[in-house]
Design a protein around this ligand. Structure first.
Ligand code: SAM
Length: 271
């Protein structure tokens, strides 16, 4: 692999609270901006494939043998591999590498996809420049990132506001950009893309089940895993404070009037 930019701690980690939530993702609910551009036979690279459910959906569209998934560590690559195997998609290739220094030939990929990855990188513009390098002329780079500053919810809940402040602080301390969604157009232009279409979309939690799942993933991240450890280590929230935040999140989720929207920015950039 060529020179690698510093890869910081991945703030959420790979615990059950995180992966159970990520496994709810589909190409339809997380990559809708890309779907109209996909055709069978396209060569597709899914960067930061994680839980692998979106990768699997994309592989069924373009063809499993056409897809390479890339993860930053053996641990994360094994998570993607297990999901692809579970879904009968053994032909998808899974590589270990860094989004900011791809070990791939230039001009070889029709579609580069990255969902909720750039927000975790210290140098997202460098990653986009790498996506542009490996994409064939006329190929597509499709990126979607959440914007944690863009949480909106009702009714008011102190625990949600505190959770968000702590997450923003932790992610930034790890070199990430948790409001990445709003910056994707600017980053793509900085990476040299001349043709970029920007859009946005949201995830909405306004049913008993979706609110409970969201409260569970947010609360679970305060109980175990790297975020909980970081908050403890830095003295930003002790175990009692974290439990109170999680409990407030659960009380909010049990309210039948409760509503939550999570903003995402998206781009389709032409190489
Ligand atoms: C929020 S998860 C998104 C996973 C998947 N795309 C999804 O939406 O379900 C972010 C993923 O990016 C990966 N990641 C973090 N830093 C990376 C890097 N430098 N290169 C490649 N992947 C990276 C993490 O391991 C993690 O699996």
């Amino acid at each position: 692999m060529s020179e690698t930019a510093a890869t910081p701690a991945y703030t959420p980690g790979y615990g059950a609270a995180v992966l159970d939530s990520h496994r709810l993702r589909t190409a339809q609910n997380s990559a809708a901006h890309l779907l109209e551009h996909l055709r069978p036979g396209q060569r597709l690279l899914d960067v930061g494939s994680g839980a692998g459910t979106i990768t699997a959906d994309l592989a069924r569209i373009v063809g499993p043998a056409q897809v390479t998934a890339l993860e930053v560590s053996e641990e994360a690559a094994a998570i993607t591999r297990a999901e692809l195997d579970r879904q009968g998609l053994a032909e998808v290739e899974v590589l270990v590498g860094d989004a900011q220094a791809l070990d791939l030939e230039a001009d070889t990929v029709d579609v580069v996809h990255a969902h909720q990855v750039l927000q975790h990188l210290p140098d997202p513009v460098r990653a986009l420049a790498e996506f542009r390098r490996v994409a064939r002329p006329g190929g597509i780079v499709a990126v979607r990132d959440s914007d944690y500053e863009g949480f909106r919810w009702w009714p008011e809940a102190a625990g949600i506001a505190q959770w968000r402040e702590l997450y923003l602080r932790a992610a930034r301390a790890n070199g990430g950009t948790p409001d990445a969604g709003r910056r994707l157009l600017a980053w793509a232009r900085a990476a040299g893309f001349a043709e970029v279409t920007a859009s946005s979309s949201t995830w909405t939690y306004a049913t008993e089940a979706s609110r409970a799942a969201w409260a569970a993933t947010c609360g679970g991240r305060l109980t175990a895993g790297p975020l909980a450890a970081q908050l403890e280590r830095e003295g930003w929230a002790d175990a009692a404070a974290r439990e109170e935040i999680a409990a407030d999140y659960r009380r909010w989720a049990a309210d039948p009037d409760a509503w939550f929207a999570l903003l995402h920015g998206e781009i389709i950039a032409r190489a």
